[in-house]
Design a protein around this ligand. Structure first.
Ligand code: BEZ
Length: 242
């Protein structure tokens, strides 16, 4: 899909949100997750926005701001937020099952997580085109394009550092969003990259552009080079968390 992608600057658009009018460059003054949803009052989107609300403390701990987007207008968002908050509970899945058993399945009467982040309105579907968030296949009842499940992680320099693009049929995993944030944070401070399935605390790899001589200076904690048939010595592990 053409348009905004990693490395690009997010344009300084003025957008209408549930928190009033926001200029994107004013809002994005730290790491920011800009994430879109196909539509208000749809099932997967309700669970995703709820999970974002439940994970808000994890994002805040990392100094990361959230900014949602769904087509539909601000008044629709405001009504929808009531459903999202009623559905979402900030407790572990096992305790949650017990709670649901006690109070009745998905009762709208128990208090949920507050949606504290703004949600952009894009009823004319203009922003989703500019922000590369259009789902090419999914249409609303009037035949108009709707947003995909796009998620841009933007740095304080307003540039996109990472993008997910999921179809409407697949809800995102917020644990993965937190994991990639932790990877981005470490790789922005060190000349490293994180290997497949990496989790915080595990070894990272030294960037290929770093020579062994430089690596000795940059990583006084030491590093291990994995012996491979090519003998090229490119797979070097170190740890930046211990
Ligand atoms: C949903 O959020 O559940 C959804 C939205 C649009 C198409 C399919 C699913």
């Amino acid at each position: 899909m053409p348009g905004l992608t990693i490395g690009d600057s997010v344009p300084n658009l003025e957008v209408e949100t549930t928190h009033g009018v926001i200029k994107l460059h004013d809002y994005i003054d730290t790491w920011t997750i800009l994430f879109s949803h196909p539509g208000d009052f749809t099932p997967v989107c309700t669970t995703e926005l709820g999970k974002m609300a439940a994970y808000a403390p994890e994002f805040a701990k990392r100094g990361v701001k959230l900014l949602g987007l769904s087509c539909d207008d601000v008044s629709s968002h405001a009504e929808w937020v009531k459903d999202i908050e009623a559905y979402t509970v900030r407790i572990s899945p096992s305790k949650r099952s017990l709670l649901i058993w006690v109070i009745g399945r998905y009762s709208v009467e128990h208090p949920g997580c507050k949606v504290t982040y703004p949600i952009i309105a894009d009823p004319k579907r203009e922003l989703i085109k500019i922000l590369n968030m259009v789902d090419p296949d999914e249409k609303d009842s009037s035949g108009h394009n709707v947003p995909s499940r796009a998620l841009h992680i933007v740095g304080a320099d307003k540039r996109i550092k990472l993008s997910f693009l999921y179809p409407a049929s697949t809800g995102r995993n917020m644990d993965e969003v937190v994991r990639v944030l932790d990877s981005l944070e470490r790789s922005s401070k060190n000349k490293i990259a994180t290997p497949a399935n990496w989790k915080p605390g595990e070894d990272v790899v030294i960037s290929p552009s770093v020579s062994d001589e430089e690596a000795k200076k940059l990583f006084p904690q030491g590093f291990k080079t994995v012996g491979l048939p090519s003998n090229k010595g490119y797979l070097r592990f170190t740890n930046v968390d211990h």
